[in-house]
Design a protein around this ligand. Structure first.
Ligand SMILES: Nc1ncnc2c1ncn2[C@@H]1O[C@H](COP(=O)(O)OP(=O)(O)OP(=O)(O)O)[C@@H](O)[C@H]1O
Length: 320
């Protein structure tokens, strides 16, 4: 996939410029190329997933983005600042958890945050900001309890609060659900969605679990052996303008085809064991249904046959 193809996968959230711009990035270590020609953008308010098996290069890509590893070739920009040329400015816009956040277990969550705020002098983080981030991650009720009494999920959220203190535009989490139980994963997922939607923060998460990415992300970039093989929109097919196969369960396929051919010239209609499949936008369902019923066709069910991320992933990787 070329850089321009990868970028065309997304038209930009409400015309906003991307907050992360990655262009033709390579990472060589010794004679190995660990990341190869990767390009993509991430927009404010979206959750972007990096999906790939262990060793695919996700952590390496993230480490380059947060300045923990040098970039061999290509460019990475955060909020318009080049990570290589102006690392301080670029990093100011990033909050990240790449390794497990170190917390003092015998101190309260609040004191931990206060401690981290003091480590960065002149950053303007006051107690009001700390209480703000505590509220953003939903830890208000427990923030004065010692961290040793927190569940793993709560510690993870405290880590997110710490990463958010300096008001970053981008939040980056490497394998954030590792070790969390299903309830913890769900809490984290809801929290990240709220941060993206309400605070307009761009969130980048990595995982090797497709099901997790599908539930959490708006778009997912699939990485294999250091190559970004494709980017899939997860939520797009729920919008009313995007063409998707729609199954109409009807008593007569033949009659239904005739009605549609007459009323909607050129609309793609295929047969299905349960009825007919019409490929169009979900916004047309009511009109099609009305014409079918008016044409004497009994419609017993209508469903959108959206492909799951797993189907798309299999197509992308060429697996059966
Ligand atoms: N410092 C290094 N020296 C040599 N090889 C490295 C180094 N860091 C990473 N690699 C190799 O680069 C490849 C990608 O590693 P990376 O950690 O980025 O993968 P990943 O997709 O994050 O997978 P995981 O979930 O297992 O961490 C692996 O084959 C790894 O062994």
């Amino acid at each position: 996939m070329t850089a321009s193809q990868q970028l065309r996968e997304h038209s930009g959230a409400a015309g906003q410029p991307p907050v992360i711009e990655i262009r033709n990035v390579y990472k060589h270590i010794g004679k190995k190329t660990i990341v190869r020609n990767v390009s993509f953008d991430v927009y404010p308010g979206e959750i972007f997933g990096l999906l790939g098996p262990n060793g695919a290069g996700k952590t390496t890509l993230i480490r380059m983005l947060v300045g923990l590893m040098s970039i061999s070739d290509g460019s990475m920009k955060v909020d318009g600042h080049d990570v290589r040329r102006a690392p301080d400015k670029a990093l100011r816009s990033i909050g990240a958890i790449v390794e497990n956040p170190e917390m003092y277990k015998f101190m309260s969550g609040y004191k931990n945050l206060l401690h981290f705020a003091k480590l960065v002098p002149g950053n303007g983080i006051d107690r009001y900001r700390i209480l703000d981030v505590v509220s953003m991650v939903g830890l208000d009720n427990r923030i004065h309890d010692k961290v040793k009494t927190y569940s793993l999920g709560m510690r993870q959220r405290l880590g997110v609060a710490q990463a958010l203190m300096h008001k970053p535009k981008v939040l980056i989490l490497d394998e954030p659900t590792n070790g969390l139980d299903p309830a913890g994963i769900r809490e984290l997922r809801d929290q990240l969605k709220t941060l993206a939607r309400e605070e307009r923060i761009a969130v980048v998460v990595s995982s090797h679990l497709l099901s997790e990415m599908e539930l959490m992300c708006d778009r997912v970039g699939v990485i294999q052996q250091g190559v970004l093989i494709g980017i899939q929109q997860v939520t797009e097919e729920n919008t009313s303008e995007h063409a998707v196969p729609i199954l109409f369960q009807v008593d007569s396929r033949e009659a239904a085809r005739k009605v549609i051919a007459l009323a909607f010239d050129g609309l793609a209609v295929d047969s299905d064991p349960l009825g007919i499949l019409v490929t169009t936008s979900a916004g047309c369902i009511a009109d099609i249904n009305a014409k079918l019923v008016a044409g004497g066709v009994r419609v017993s069910g209508i469903s959108i046959q959206a492909k799951s991320l797993e189907d798309k992933f299999m197509e992308m990787t060429g697996r059966p």
